[in-house]
Write a protein of this length. Structure first.
Length: 280
């Protein structure tokens, strides 16, 4: 599927993650320095990333929010520098003001993990800018999202789909164009490890929504649990990259529009293999 104003290489896209945070679960602040974050984003482009997703607020389970001014300070210089280097840049934010400033700095996509729910002004910003918008399934902020009340489902796939349909309706009513919307099931957000696997198993049901699908499984906790040592210790984030690449290949084979990953090259290779395999 195609998304307006974004690359269309006739294969699943690869989105590289640049966390400009001191407390990310995946890299522990490795790219918190502005210059290092910029260099990392450029290296990801060289490794095959189609989009670079820049975020300044950790959404790991249990994380508290940062102030808007601090998020802006972290994100905007990186977005501007990468955009000026001709990278296709996404901004990962739940705040309308940060999204608006990032778009002015050259971002081409807004990736809102709250699906427009955390900030009532976000959908207006996306609609007025006519920018592609990732609408993720979300129930509550990171500090409490894994509380039992937020991970309770009778049928996780159908309930996620129903809740996403409601969010899609809100976005369309706000003026976001249909060809701007991307959906994301929100793996790990208000979902247990077992629920994440159920969603992946039934990916076709999510594709039936009719919108391009972004899948963000990279290095997440449920992969660490799957790859745990014999004594039950979860695999560390850096040791989950091979499993992430396996999910990339399966997602690409299923028809996902894009995968969001921390280690670009294995997933960039995987989507190209799947595309060539599919052509016969």
């Amino acid at each position: 599927m195609r998304v307006a104003d974004l690359p269309t290489p006739n294969r699943t896209l690869v989105m590289g993650v640049v966390n400009v945070t001191p407390d990310s679960f995946s890299d522990g602040g490795r790219w918190f320095d502005t210059e290092r974050a910029i260099a990392h984003g450029l290296a990801m482009v060289e490794q095959g990333a189609d989009i670079i997703d820049v975020g300044g607020e950790s959404t790991r389970p249990g994380a508290n929010r940062v102030e808007a001014d601090e998020e802006r300070r972290r994100v905007i210089p990186v977005v501007r520098a990468l955009s000026e280097s001709d990278a296709t840049v996404s901004v990962d934010t739940m705040r309308a003001e940060v999204a608006s400033e990032a778009l002015d700095a050259g971002a081409c996509l807004v990736n809102d993990v709250s699906g427009g729910r955390a900030d009532p002004d976000m959908l207006r910003v996306a609609a007025e800018a006519q920018t592609p918008f990732v609408l993720m399934h979300w129930r509550q902020h990171s500090a409490v999202m894994l509380d039992r009340e937020h991970t309770s489902y009778d049928d996780v796939v159908n309930e996620v789909i129903d809740e996403m349909r409601t969010s899609i309706d809100h976005a369309l009513a706000a003026g976001v164009h249909q060809d701007q919307l991307v959906v994301d099931p929100g793996l790990g957000f208000s979902k247990t490890g077992a629920q994440n696997w159920t969603i992946l198993h039934d990916l076709e049901a999510l594709l039936d929504l009719g919108y391009p699908l972004l899948l963000a499984a990279s290095r997440k906790r449920f992969l660490g649990q799957l790859l745990a040592s014999p004594d039950g210790e979860p695999a560390l984030p850096d040791d989950r990259d091979a499993a992430t690449a396996a999910i990339t290949a399966l997602a690409a084979s299923s028809g996902a529009w894009c995968v969001r990953v921390h280690d670009v090259r294995p997933s960039a290779d995987a989507v190209r293999v799947v595309a060539r395999w599919s052509r016969g």
